[in-house]
Design a protein around this ligand. Structure first.
Ligand SMILES: CC(=O)N[C@@H](CC(=O)O)C(=O)N[C@@H](CCC(=O)O)C(=O)O
Length: 873
């Protein structure tokens, strides 16, 4: 028997889900009351990374580059130069949409009017029924009054006039009560707050048909015209640009949200990779990329975000992809890494660059170089930029090297928000989120010399260790007698650097407190056309479309929040601090989180997310056509046998899904490798190779916008628990197989409790959706929804969204990485981009601690069973 564990968010849903019969008897239920430092070098300044002195916001200064405001002026916000014509034309088209108002003709007009009247009645009565007087407990109960009436009449006998008046009052109240029950005074919920009712389908068609790729392309052009690393002038200028566009679209409560966080920046003369011994081999790496643009515009220096500062020296040793297994292989060959500088290639069996460095550190290396091998992303795959889409010989992949699967967000404020003025701060020393040895990324042009210098040292490598760097005719591991390499990585480390998220919203009319959060990050390692500019440009177009709708009086049922995060490239800081700052609110009211990071780097639609959102996604993919294949995305998805993948790490959904329990989805059009995190990921690359014509940008905007409508504007929230329960069965099956592979026998680890909990979940999921089916049959096709039914539907929706909050182990978290609270999903501890299902058990299996694995299995089973039962009780 597993222990089921209530949590403090239970109070959100005191209303039991009624049977269908209960629901359609429009009697108000008694349970309706639920409604009721830091030194900054001149070098860094010269690069424009840190802003100027005479600071505003601790270093920020009104930007001197083209201001966001003037940049708006050149945007065709009037739409005049757009192929779709003017904004006026768009407005006319909106006006022509099917507004459900008196004015329709023939029979349908009568129907509409009747529908409107009854719907009007619904809202009023719903509002009435939701009124919960604060002093109610002090009023006499109905039974008490009825009991007292005979005595009151006797006591008041001498004054028949008073008694008559009292009787009349009771009669009037009774009549009013009858009218409430009859739904006569309802009004359409969508017409509350002055909103205008449009047929949801006409809204969907409008949104899909009016995304404008010309606008997206123009945003992309501006966004990529200067580098914009987190905490720098560039990212701030872009924050203003986004903010102005949010305001122009008349989003509500548009604002910048500041956090003061730990960031590092390279010093111009502070980095060095050189062979310093033997003298005949001395050589110095160029390190920097060539200039990406002929106009010699400023571009970001080469470095690793959150890398350790310092200068180290040691013999060079090649360790393939830098996985733990690769270092083990070296050890097995008698090659010690103690005091060595490891050189490893990107990608492969260890996809997470931070963990390559950690693995090197753990075997005693003093520094780590990570280079881009042409076999992975360069000329061996196809023409390099500027002839083709792949990484060039001088192209470098920058990137964060904080340990995102261990600590997320600002590594000096794990578990709390780095709000300005927050006094608490964790230490940089022995910080579980940081590596302790310096590292640097290199282009293969530089790595070539290092790899050549290893010839004759250590052992010839196994075939699968051979990379694609030309001119290295023999690949050797190196050993303690290898040439000595110096790695210098002196940087500016700023403990409280301001970063800015941009926020804005459209308030929903039915459940204004419940939010669908829609976001992308804005900071980039350099110009960032794909990562993340493609997502930012698409977000701005999505905001424009919703702005157009809202200017015409449309309002969603639930609130839509838009956000542009800063600091994603440094351990997803902006989004994580935002979540940490409003954790309770999100756990209660965050319905869904829709993330797009790289919107487009190719043409294959990919999505990962909570299985609860799969049905909503597939419905949308059914409505959107691939721009070139003349097939719906759904058809292509099915033909390729594609599936919704699990959420690991690597983008801004992590804090939402794994800490706040807000069901999340991440989407992208992906393709072959590209100059990821290089200054060659720029507008020219996107325009020529990534997405000529910006058609996939447009398609992503369509998918994103329709998904927002699916979740914010369907009366029944599109959450599918049967799909989820099926997925959980699979997670448990594969965990069982994994446990056995790792040597845990049934006597060591018995996962029966998890199998049982998965079945409890399935049973409850099926029961739960009976209500959706009944509602669809009775009302979904245009039937009349009574007040009581509407209230119960709303409660049903809230119940759906609360499910994942109930899957959080709020007071615990994963042993050893407690920021992660979700019992079903987390990034894999040793493969940060990949997902771990039931991570508490998996981590313990990996540590060969089967006692802990058993405890975790029982805990997860308890939490899952409780959450499943809460669906229906
Ligand atoms: C998986 C991946 O490559 N993620 C991208 C962006 C995306 O396509 O989703 C990414 O670059 N993420 C950053 C996150 C940095 C961090 O956590 O420190 C990365 O460098 O991997």
């Amino acid at each position: 028997m597993v222990e089921e564990k209530p949590n403090k968010y239970d109070q959100q849903e005191s209303l039991p889900i009624p049977t269908y019969n209960e629901a359609i008897s429009s009697r108000p239920s008694s349970s309706q009351s639920f409604l009721g430092p830091s030194e900054i070098s001149h070098d860094a300044e010269r690069q424009g990374l840190l802003g100027r002195r005479q600071p505003q916001h601790d270093g920020y200064h009104v930007p001197t580059v083209q201001s966001a405001r003037s940049s708006l002026d050149f945007l065709p916000s009037s739409g005049e130069n757009s192929p779709r014509g003017s904004t006026e034309e768009l407005r006319r088209e909106i006006l022509q949409m099917d507004v459900v108002e008196p004015g329709a003709d023939g029979d349908s007009r009568g129907l509409l009017l009747r529908g409107n009247l009854s719907k009007r009645i619904t809202t009023l009565t719903q509002s009435l029924s939701s009124i919960n007087l604060p002093f109610r407990q002090w009023l006499p109960s109905r039974d008490y009054i009825l009991d007292k009436i005979p005595f009151l009449i006797r006591d008041l006998r001498p004054n028949w006039i008073i008694a008559g008046r009292f009787f009349a009052l009771v009669l009037v109240l009774f009549l009013a009560y009858l009218l409430f029950l009859s739904d006569v005074f309802a009004i359409n919920r969508r017409q509350g707050n002055g909103s205008v009712y449009y047929y949801p389908d006409s809204i969907r068609n409008f949104v899909r048909d009016h995304i404008n790729e010309t606008y997206i392309r123009e945003h992309s052009q501006y966004i990529t015209s200067f580098p914009h690393i987190a905490g720098t002038k560039g990212s701030f200028v872009l924050a203003e640009y986004v903010q102005d566009l949010f305001i122009e679209s008349e989003l509500e409560e548009v604002r910048l949200e500041q956090f003061d966080v730990y960031l590092n920046y390279p010093k111009k003369g502070g980095r060095r990779v050189a062979i310093v011994d033997p003298p005949e081999l001395t050589w110095e790496a160029k390190i920097e990329e060539e200039l990406a643009y002929a106009d010699k515009r400023e571009q970001t220096l080469v470095f690793h975000g959150h890398s350790r500062s310092g200068t180290v020296k040691g013999p060079l040793i090649y360790a393939n992809y830098g996985s733990k297994e690769d270092f083990k292989r070296l050890e097995d060959q008698g090659i010690s890494l103690k005091g060595a500088i490891a050189i490893v290639r990107y990608y492969g069996s260890q996809g997470d660059r931070a963990l390559k460095i950690k693995a090197a550190e753990l075997v005693g290396a003093v520094g780590c170089i990570i280079y881009s091998d042409p076999a992975e992303d360069g000329f061996e795959r196809g023409d390099p930029y500027p002839q083709g889409r792949y990484m060039s010989s001088d192209g470098v992949q920058r990137g964060g090297v904080s340990l995102m699967s261990w600590v997320v967000g600002d590594v000096l404020s794990s578990g709390f928000a780095s709000l300005p003025g927050e006094q608490r701060r964790d230490s940089k020393d022995n910080n579980p989120g940081l590596n302790n040895i310096p590292s640097i990324p290199l282009a293969w042009r530089d790595a070539q010399k290092l790899l050549q210098a290893l010839k004759g040292h250590g052992k010839k490598v196994d075939d699968y260790w051979i990379g694609g760097v030309p001119g290295v005719n023999q690949w050797w591991t190196g050993d303690s007698k290898s040439p000595i390499v110096e790695l210098a990585n002196e940087q500016d480390e700023v403990e409280r650097r301001p970063i800015y998220n941009v926020l804005g919203k459209i308030t929903g009319v039915e459940q204004p407190e419940k939010s669908i959060i829609v976001a992308n990050h804005r900071d980039a390692w350099c110009f960032g056309a794909a990562d993340p500019g493609s997502g930012t440009a698409v977000l701005l177009e999505v905001v424009r479309i919703f702005g157009e709708l809202q200017k015409k009086g449309w309002r969603p049922l639930r609130t839509i929040e838009f956000a542009s995060w800063d600091g994603e490239e440094y351990n997803m800081i902006g989004s994580t601090e935002h979540v940490e700052a409003r954790m309770d609110g999100l756990r209660s009211d965050g319905f869904a989180y829709l993330n797009v990071d790289v919107a487009v780097s190719g043409s294959e639609f990919k999505a990962s997310g909570s299985p609860v959102l799969q049905t909503a996604l597939l419905r949308v993919l059914e409505r959107v056509t691939d721009p070139f294949a003349n097939k719906t995305l759904r058809k292509i998805w099915a033909e390729k046998g594609d599936t919704l993948k699990g959420l690991g790490g690597g983008s801004d959904y992590v804090a939402f899904q794994d800490m706040a329990g807000t069901s999340s989805l991440d989407m992208s059009f992906l393709g072959n490798p590209y100059p990821y995190h290089s200054c060659y990921d720029n507008f020219d690359w996107m325009d020529k190779f990534g997405d000529p014509g910006f058609q996939y940008h447009k398609t992503m905007a369509q998918v994103w916008a329709l998904l927002i409508l699916e979740l914010a504007d369907r009366e029944l929230l599109t959450f599918d628990f049967e799909v989820y329960a099926n997925a959980v069965r699979e997670y448990v099956d594969s965990l069982e197989a994994y446990a056995r592979e790792q040597g845990a026998q049934k006597k060591d680890l018995d996962l029966t409790v998890l199998h049982e909990a998965a079945e409890v979940f399935m049973k409850n999921a099926i029961g739960f959706h009976e209500w959706d089916k009944a509602w669809e049959e009775a009302i979904g096709g245009g039937g009349f929804e009574s007040n009581a039914m509407a209230i119960k539907r709303i409660s049903h929706n809230t119940r759906k969204a609360n499910f994942e909050t109930h899957l959080l182990d709020i007071d615990g978290g994963l042993p050893g990485r407690e920021q992660f609270k979700h019992v079903l999903f987390a990034p894999q501890a040793w493969s940060g981009y990949d997902e771990a299902f039931i991570p508490g058990v998996r981590d313990a299996i990996d540590a060969k601690n089967f006692t802990l694995a058993q405890e975790q299995a029982e805990k997860v089973a308890g939490i899952l069973s409780y959450a499943s039962r809460k669906l229906n009780h």
